[in-house]
Write a protein that binds this ligand. Sequence first.
Ligand SMILES: CC(C)(COP(=O)(O)OP(=O)(O)OC[C@H]1O[C@@H](n2cnc3c(N)ncnc32)[C@H](O)[C@@H]1OP(=O)(O)O)[C@@H](O)C(=O)NCCC(=O)NCCS
Length: 375
Amino acid sequence: MTDSNTNKGLAGVVAAESSLSFIDGGEGRLWYRGYDVHALAKHASYLESVYLLWYDALPTAAELAVFEGLLAAERELPPPVLDVLARLSDSKSPMAALRTAVSVLGQVDPEADDITHEADLRKAGRLVAGMPTIVAAFDRIRRGLDPLDPDADLPHAANFLYMLTGERPSETAARALDTSWLLYLEHGLNASTFTARVVASTLADMHSAVTAGISALKGPLHGGANEKAMQMLLEIGATEAVGPYVDRALAEKRKIMGFGHRVYRAEDPRATHLRRMAEALSEDAGEPRWFEISKALEDTLLERKGLRANVDFYCATVYYTLGLPIDLFTPLFAIGRTAGWAAHVMEQHMHNRLIRPRAEYTGELDRPWVPIDRR
Ligand SMILES: CC(C)(COP(=O)(O)OP(=O)(O)OC[C@H]1O[C@@H](n2cnc3c(N)ncnc32)[C@H](O)[C@@H]1OP(=O)(O)O)[C@@H](O)C(=O)NCCC(=O)NCCS
């Protein structure tokens, strides 16, 4: 029954064609639609990069304004979604609440089962527009506050921060969140994107695929790592405690969250930006502690194990310094990645073949049947 093709964790297996992004793991480089992520992180906004991903071209100023306007008009949630969020206000897991709310969003979407490209684009737009409202509304409801209406005059990330806190954010804070979403936007066939593509390959709809993507992202080996990384930094608490913490973790063979990557052997280019952002925000906030602990941990792990920080590690310090609740870190990753999942769903729907691999069977065969009264 053995099959020499078995590959645990599908490492290195090419399972689909995609023109959305390319990762050069050896060199630590990443391109969205052929554009270096460093250039995009420096010059572009999140929605500009979403446009690039969905339409395979950078938008003109006029095109971008229309795109932003269309999405801003879709930020409000349908009443059933708000009702469900109110019922989930005791939930300990915002990721689980987001997963449920996105599923409800699909249930009430006017084009729920239409998987034509035009309908997919419109539904992707409604998801990207609505998910920040879901996360902000959930957080306010659990704090006993009324959800705030979106402000159509505010850009995407600034509007989210306003809906969460009730205050218009600084440009620095809005730009930092926007850039983190840009860096989370798309990353090839990672576990959640692969999951979304498998669902789409059955010709199931956009919301089903995105709901499945959220489920896969929830785990600590994937999107859940940014929350775990922050909890670890809080547990370490001081730069002097980094060495003993690493000694203990390595001795106990524990994974250190926010480190290591299946594809990158050089520095994850997204971490380069998030490290810079974490340092600048910490300086602005006059609270260098978390950045200093992060840097000490990064240096120690590189020296002792050759392990490098991934996208989730410095994102934790960025979000914490912005004052965002730790259990919203992974939902924020989901908000950024949704446009990437949607792009893969559209690519899959346009060139579909059912994704259906096989398993290597390791059990027995031809076991004799035993009637129930003789077992
Ligand atoms: C991302 C991750 C799942 C990749 O896993 P993978 O490709 O299967 O890599 P492996 O688990 O095979 O790791 C290879 C070696 O590095 C070690 N390693 C990898 N990541 C590690 C980490 N974060 N902490 C400690 N050791 C780690 C493994 O223990 C293994 O060592 P070994 O060969 O002595 O057994 C893994 O690095 C990890 O669990 N990281 C922490 C979670 C995280 O940050 N996830 C977000 C990813 S963007």
